[in-house]
Design a protein around this ligand. Structure first.
Ligand SMILES: O=c1ccn([C@H]2C[C@H](O)[C@@H](COP(=O)(O)O)O2)c(=O)[nH]1
Ligand SMILES: [Zn+2]
Length: 194
């Protein structure tokens, strides 16, 4: 290496060391995009009143903008305290929650305020059922990232995959880059000027 080049690289190392000392380098532990959008879906699922499975969904456009969010819950003005959360009774009973719950993916699609969902990605905490899959296909969503596929053996979910495979919508399980994200309100209420 020429003397000039070595001097340059030594100078660069020194500058990096000085920036490190001043703490003005960019943060290294920022959230990766996929983790960010899936975490948004998870956060949304925390709004669900379903005692057994809380589902969250987040739809993102090609510019990495969140265009819609949703979670599973009863339709507007159908009280969470009046309608049943049970699914023990037979599936045709009007006391079964499945008669009433709007699924997270469906809510997200409906929450899109009429924006085109063509070419968007869906982040969902649960693999979509066949009914949601129909809406996903019709709305133009092209990719699905999910966390849980706990009902994969059920015909409903096998039908989903059959449709998704037929139309070429890509689905994959999300592999998080970080195992956990902690939200601590105190981190912000106790922030001091730097
Ligand atoms: O695509 C789906 C599938 C299901 N959900 C919701 C519907 C219910 O509220 C729960 C599932 O309840 P279980 O007691 O585990 O059967 O998940 C959804 O939002 N999207
Ligand atoms: Zn569904």
């Amino acid at each position: 290496m020429s003397k000039d080049l070595r001097d340059d690289s030594e100078e660069a190392t020194e500058i990096t060391a000085s920036l490190n000392a001043l703490h003005i380098q960019k943060r290294q532990d920022y959230l990766q995009w996929d983790d960010y959008f899936m975490a948004t879906a998870i956060l949304s699922s925390k709004r669900s009143k379903d005692p057994s499975t809380q589902v969250g969904a987040c739809i993102v456009d090609k510019h990495k903008r969140i265009v819609a969010i949703g979670y599973n819950g009863f339709p507007r003005n159908c009280s969470d305290d009046v309608f049943p959360w049970s699914k023990d009774s037979d599936s045709d009973s009007i006391e079964n929650k499945n008669m009433y719950v709007v699924h997270a993916e469906a809510n997200a699609i409906l929450n899109g305020n009429g924006a085109s969902l063509d070419g968007t990605r869906l982040y969902t905490t649960l693999f979509p059922c066949n009914e949601c899959t129909k809406l996903i296909i019709q709305s133009g969503i092209r990719n699905i990232l999910y966390i849980s596929d706990k009902y994969s053996d059920k015909p409903t979910y096998r039908a989903s995959k059959r449709m998704l495979n037929a139309v070429g919508i890509i689905y994959q399980q999300h592999v998080p880059t970080q195992r956990q994200i902690v939200i601590n309100f105190d981190d912000f209420t106790q922030q001091q000027p730097k």
